[in-house]
Every structure is written in structure tokens, then in C-alpha cells.
Design a protein around this ligand. Structure first.
Ligand SMILES: Cc1cc2nc3c(=O)[nH]c(=O)nc-3n(C[C@H](O)[C@H](O)[C@H](O)COP(=O)(O)OP(=O)(O)OC[C@H]3O[C@@H](n4cnc5c(N)ncnc54)[C@H](O)[C@@H]3O)c2cc1C
Length: 456
């Protein structure tokens, strides 16, 4: 085995190092998407920054690439790779909330469930994902979209600093004042620049919210999309509303004989004063509904409502677009392909206007501040025998939508097979990102991601 340093890593870390000849390797190499079947050289489950530094140095000494795993949710499976050293942060879950300063520092292995649990105790939150099992690391470094983004911006817009282990094993903090160029690149540049061991965020007063899910007939979807689009343009920023295609879930507020039928839905979060929720939802209640659920609940509870529909172990293939508006052509594409949704697949339109647009397009590496929508077509199904049909649905839907969309897409929603689109996915900031990649990771040690090639 030509991996002396990685073999010796066992003596230099507090966490576990797992090799292919061990029984537990099979479980340890799995990621969220069951379609990903990679055999890394070893997996190191780090317990802290010292372990991460030791792991990076060992990988470098042995000439291995590094695959970073936080929550493991990357659909292209970037949290693992053949012959790489997987640096698994899943055990690094330390969180410290400073309620007086409305700040939190969370380690890179936290999920949004961990994070929201800790900050809710103080009536505070920041923009995170809509599923609680997604990692804060991968989601934030790509931008971060969720229920609070019209009010608080993307996750990166609340990021104040990040501790990072760079490709040469050195440890730095990125912030507006320390290594500001690195800090700029981390906010939208994905995992290209180093291993982020902890992230510090500004928090916003959010405790209990009013959640609402409205389900509509396929034939009413055009009206629902138009109402959603018109209202979301200037709706209060405390309102978030996802438009979704899905098969009707077996929930008590949907008639039993409709369970499993393709429907469209609006999923709403109102984080303003609870007694104003009805008024905020009213413009979206104009179309007849198949069923509705509305209830006040803690913000972290809303963050878990979709967990059951997004279990690990399914086959997954996603594609995505961004759009400045909802054109007639886009509506036609949605109507042609949305009702063909099957299994646990879905299509979701995430609004990214409001506070997201308050930040200048070149202030962070996230290059798409002019888009109103981030659209994701998420294929998810249990049986690998059905891969062609389900991947086909995602690709056909994407092909129909792409001519009515902007160039590029959100890097956290795109698959691993669109190398030709990487530049467009990073958008206007790509050249600057390439220069910074050359500065911080010239050897492209961190290449298992939506990869930015170092310039020169
Ligand atoms: C069910 C589901 C729901 C989702 N919902 C949303 C959503 O609401 N909003 C949204 O914006 N996105 C969402 N996403 C997409 C999500 O942002 C990406 O999948 C993201 O990569 C997940 O981060 P992770 O840490 O769990 O992934 P991992 O697979 O652990 O990491 C993916 C990659 O991110 C980088 N990375 C992760 N952590 C670090 C770190 N600490 N340091 C350096 N690099 C790191 C690495 O390149 C790594 O390979 C969702 C994904 C899934 C599967």
C-alpha cells in the first residue's frame, strides 16, 4: 500500500480512520444518494481541527485527493470519491450561540437540524435548507437557500467568518478583515478552497412561524404559478413560498382517494407576527384547493416536515436552472413535465428575491443575484432498475425549461455530469474564483466538488 502517511494517520488523530479491508468500511463509504458507489482509499472521521490538519497533511504526503463530507447530502456524491481520502466532519457538531450578540459558531459537521435546535433555544435563526438532515457546510458554501432567504438573504449573507484548513494544511480564518479574498470565495465558491472546520453566522429573531401547505389540481397549476409569481414579486419579506410538483403524500388533510396523484403545491413559511399570517397567505388562497394544512409551529419543526420524503438510500439525479421571471414558455415546460412526476421526485421553485437582491452581485462569489427563482428538478426513486426512466424525466424537463431560463444554475442543485456548464454555474464571478483557486489550492487538491480549475 503506497499510503504510508494515511496508514500512520491512526496515531495522529482522535477520530477513526477506516480502511477498505475493514467490515465497517462498507457502511462508512455510503452517502445520501444510493447511486454513488465510490471506493475511497480511507475515511477519516475527524473530531476536531487538529484531526483535519493531520488528515490534509497525510493526504498530501501520499499524493491523494481529498473528498470533504459534512452532511453527506451532495446529490453528485462529492462527499466521497474513488481513491481519495474522505475527510468526514460528521462528528464535529460543536455549536456556541452568543444570544446577546446574535451570533453563532457551528462546526462543519452540523446539520440544519443541529443548528436550528441550538439557536431556537434563544429565539434566533438564520437562512438554512428546507430539510433538517442537510449539512450546514455544503449548503452554505454554495450559497444557501431556504425559508428565510427573502427576509435574511442567502445563508452566506449571514456568514461572518469561517475557520479553514487550506490545501497545505495551514489553518486560517476568513472574514471581512482576515483573508477577505478567501472569505469572498467561500461565499458561493463551494468546497473548492479548503476544509471549513467552523462557520460563524449572524442570527435573526425567529422563534415560532406559521407554516402552510396548499395542494392544488394539475389543471389549476397555471393559475397557481401565476398567482405565486405575481405575489412573490413584492410580498412581505417574512413570507416564503415554494411552488412544488409532487405526488400527493398520504397526509390526513388530503382526501385518501387522492393519495399518490400528481398535484402541485405551495409550501409557505410566515416568519412575521403570527396574527398576520392569514393576511399574508390570502393572495395565494384564491384557487380551489385539494387540501390545506396551516399551523403555527417552532421554526425547527418546519425544517423537519420534509425529512420523511427525503430519506437517504434512494437513487437521486437532479438538474436545475435559474430564472429572472416566470415566462409563458417556462409555464408551458412546467405543465408538460411537472404532472409526470413520480416516486419521491419533485420540482421546486425557490424564490431568491427580497433580501438576496440587497447584496451586490460581486460582493460574494455567488454570481446570480439578479435571478428571482432557483428551480430544481429532483429525481428520487428507490429501484436502480428505474434509473433510465427517472433520469430521463429530469433531463427532458430540464431541456424544456432551459431555453426559458438564465444561463447557469445554483451549484448545490446541479449534477456531477455537467462539466461544460461549470463556468455558467459560477456566473459572473468565475474568473476571480479561478485566480483565488490558484492562490489557495493551486494543485486542485479539493477537486471533488463543482470544480473551479486554478488559473494558469
Ligand atoms: C434532501 C435535500 C434537500 C436540500 N435542500 C436544500 C435547500 O433547501 N437549500 C439549499 O440551498 N440546498 C439544498 N440542498 C442542496 C445542498 O445544499 C447540497 O446538497 C449540499 O452540498 C449539501 O451539503 P452537505 O454538507 O450535506 O453535503 P456533503 O455531501 O457533505 O458535501 C458536499 C460538498 O460540499 C463541500 N463541503 C461540505 N462541507 C464542507 C466543509 N465543511 N468544508 C469545505 N467543503 C465542504 C465539499 O465539496 C463536499 O464534497 C438539498 C439537498 C438535499 C439532498
Amino acid at each position: 500500500m503506497g499510503q504510508r502517511a494515511v496508514v500512520e494517520l491512526k496515531g495522529h488523530v482522535r477520530g477513526e480512520v477506516i480502511f477498505p479491508e475493514e467490515e465497517r468500511y462498507e457502511e462508512a463509504r455510503k452517502v445520501y444518494n444510493a447511486m454513488i458507489d465510490k471506493r475511497p482509499a480511507a475515511i477519516v472521521r475527524c473530531t476536531g481541527v487538529a484531526d483535519v490538519i493531520a488528515a490534509v497533511k497525510a493526504a498530501r504526503a501520499d499524493g491523494l485527493t481529498i473528498s470533504v463530507r459534512g452532511g453527506g447530502h451532495s446529490v453528485p456524491g462529492f462527499g466521497t470519491a474513488d481513491d481519495a481520502l474522505v475527510v468526514d466532519l460528521g462528528r464535529m457538531k460543536g455549536i456556541r450561540v452568543d444570544p446577546a450578540a446574535k451570533m453563532v459558531r457551528a462546526e462543519g459537521g452540523c446539520t440544519w437540524g443541529d443548528f436550528n435546535h441550538a439557536t431556537y433555544a434563544f429565539g434566533l435563526a438564520t437562512t438554512g435548507g428546507v430539510v433538517s438532515t442537510t449539512g450546514i457546510g455544503g449548503l452554505t458554501l454554495g450559497g444557501g437557500m431556504g425559508y428565510l432567504c427573502r427576509r435574511a438573504g442567502l445563508s452566506i449573507d449571514s456568514l461572518r467568518s469561517a475557520d479553514v484548513v487550506l490545501a497545505d494544511g495551514t489553518f486560517v480564518t476568513g472574514s471581512e478583515t482576515e483573508h477577505p479574498d478567501l472569505f469572498w470565495a467561500l461565499r458561493g465558491g463551494g468546497g473548492n478552497f479548503g476544509i471549513v472546520t467552523s462557520l460563524e453566522y449572524r442570527l435573526h429573531p425567529v422563534r415560532d412561524i406559521v407554516a402552510c401547505a396548499m395542494f392544488f389540481e394539475v389543471e389549476d397549476a397555471v393559475q397557481v404559478m401565476r398567482a405565486h409569481d405575481a405575489y412573490l414579486t413584492n410580498a412581505p419579506r417574512e413570507l416564503y413560498a415554494l411552488f412544488v410538483w409532487l405526488l400527493a403524500p398520504p397526509l390526513p388533510f388530503i382526501p385518501e382517494d387522492r393519495h399518490g396523484d400528481p398535484l402541485c403545491a405551495l409550501v409557505l413559511c410566515w416568519s412575521g407576527p403570527p396574527d398576520q399570517a392569514d393576511r399574508a397567505f390570502a393572495p395565494l388562497r384564491q384557487v380551489a384547493q385539494v387540501g390545506e394544512f396551516t399551523a403555527p409551529m417552532p421554526y425547527p419543526t418546519l425544517n423537519t416536515l420534509f425529512d420523511a420524503f427525503n430519506p437517504p438510500g434512494l437513487q437521486q439525479y437532479w438538474k436545475a436552472v435559474l430564472a429572472k421571471d416566470l415566462s409563458g414558455g417556462a409555464i408551458e415546460a412546467h405543465m408538460a413535465h411537472g404532472p409526470k412526476v413520480s416516486n419521491l421526485s419533485s420540482m421546486a421553485i425557490f424564490p431568491i428575491n427580497g433580501a438576496v437582491h440587497d447584496v451586490a452581485p460581486d460582493a460574494t462569489a455567488f454570481g446570480h443575484r439578479d435571478a428571482k427563482y432557483s428551480v430544481v428538478i429532483s429525481g428520487a426513486w428507490p429501484d436502480p432498475k428505474d434509473n433510465d426512466a427517472n433520469i430521463g424525466w429530469v433531463r427532458d424537463y430540464y431541456q424544456a425549461l432551459a431555453p426559458h431560463s438564465d444561463e447557469g444554475a445554483y451549484i448545490n442543485f446541479v449534477p456531477g455530469d455537467e462539466g461544460d456548464r461549470v463556468q455558467a454555474n459560477y456566473g459572473r464571478n468565475y474568473e476571480r474564483l479561478r485566480k483565488l483557486k490558484a492562490k489557495f489550492d493551486p494543485g486542485n487538491v479539493f477537486r471533488h466538488n463543482q470544480n473551479i480549475l486554478p488559473l494558469g
